[in-house]
Design a protein around this ligand. Structure first.
Ligand code: NAP
Ligand code: GLV
Length: 306
């Protein structure tokens, strides 16, 4: 029985060591250096090369090393096994810190003052009025963000697939309610999973439903936003600014127009990175559960895609 860490292009010594402390006696190896692929029963995955799990015929369970699973489910040869994801208060806190910083950045007009600085313009402006925030996606992260901003005194609306009732958050569900969810928002935060339903969801027609002058923050997945439609809306001023942490292709290719766009603030997918120190306990627990034939924690519905 062994565990394979299939997370290419990342230093995994720390994760391996922390997991080993939780699971003494269990062989934990870093793919592709797997001594006996037939002994692997549990795989921790993040952007695994498609097809690589075919080498491990006795897998019993899969664990995403992140909150999202889109990059795992794109593997056509993924075995039909239980798949769990990370749900960690530290990851949620990291996302809230990021979003809080971004909202303050725009409230204080640091985007505009940055542009002024580059032109040596000295011109005072009062803070931007950001009163209404809309959160697309009311799952682990969206719910936390909605509650956080509503406690800070913002009007908050939220949009999800299924109906929700939340104190102090106006909740909308389903395609037909999208326009009502976003109509009044000064700032829209995307916290949806990338699925067949949400790919290119934020295309021209839906962006047109946003309030003129809105700010868009995408911390979910790049492919939920139609890049070209976003650029057109930024150029026309319908969208005043966009903060993007995620991209269709990562790293963002050097020739991509987002890099140079004056109304885009971009960060390299860092808003909520899984912390091995805090996530390791649930990975170990899921390994134990898989060995005991118990349901995994934080299971993903593969059919739904999240
Ligand atoms: P989650 O708990 O699975 O929640 C997803 C939410 O999206 C749910 O409220 C769901 O509605 C809603 N949703 C799904 N499909 C929808 C659709 N077609 N229309 C309307 N609403 C829909 O996910 P999470 O943990 O909050 O994370 C969200 C995403 O954030 C992840 O999938 C990942 O891609 C991204 N993420 C990014 C970073 C980063 O560093 N940038 C870090 C962590 C996560 P229901 O509640 O009705 O099912
Ligand atoms: C990061 O993007 C995650 O899904 O955890």
């Amino acid at each position: 029985m062994s565990i394979a860490l299939v997370i290419p292009d990342r230093k995994l010594d720390h994760l391996q060591q922390k997991l080993q402390q939780q699971l003494p006696g269990v062989l934990i190896e870093i793919w592709p250096e797997i001594t006996d692929p037939a002994a692997v029963t549990f795989a921790v995955l993040w952007r695994q090369p498609p097809g690589c799990l075919l080498q491990m015929p006795n897998l019993q369970a899969l664990q995403s090393f992140g909150a999202g699973v889109d990059n795992i489910l794109t593997d056509d040869s993924l075995p039909d096994l239980p798949l769990a994801r990370i749900v960690d208060p530290m990851l949620t806190q990291s996302m809230l810190n990021y979003l809080q910083g971004v909202v303050q950045h725009y409230q204080l007009r640091l985007d505009e003052f940055g542009a002024q600085q580059r032109k040596q313009i000295w011109k005072a402006k009062s803070p931007r009025k950001l009163q209404h925030i809309c959160i697309l996606g009311l799952g682990e992260l969206g719910l936390a963000a909605a509650t956080h901003f509503s406690r800070l005194g913002f009007q908050v609306s939220g949009w999800s697939a299924t109906e929700k009732t939340l104190a102090e958050v106006r909740c909308f569900a389903g395609d037909a309610a999208f326009a009502d969810a976003v109509r009044e928002a000064d700032l829209v935060i995307c916290l949806l999973p990338l699925t067949r339903q949400t790919e290119n969801l934020l295309e021209q027609q839906r962006l047109a439903l946003f309030k003129p002058g809105v700010i868009l923050v995408n911390v979910a997945r790049g492919a939920i936003v139609d890049d070209l439609a976003l650029l057109q809306n930024l150029d026309s001023g319908h969208i005043a600014a966009a903060c993007l942490d995620v991209f269709r292709t990562e790293p963002l290719p050097p020739e991509h127009p987002f890099w140079q766009h004056p109304s885009i603030l971009l960060t390299p997918h860092i808003s909520a990175v899984t912390n091995a120190d805090t996530a390791v306990a649930q990975i170990a627990e899921n390994y134990r559960r898989s060995r005991a034939g118990l349901p995994l924690q934080n299971l993903v519905c593969q059919q739904r895609g999240y």
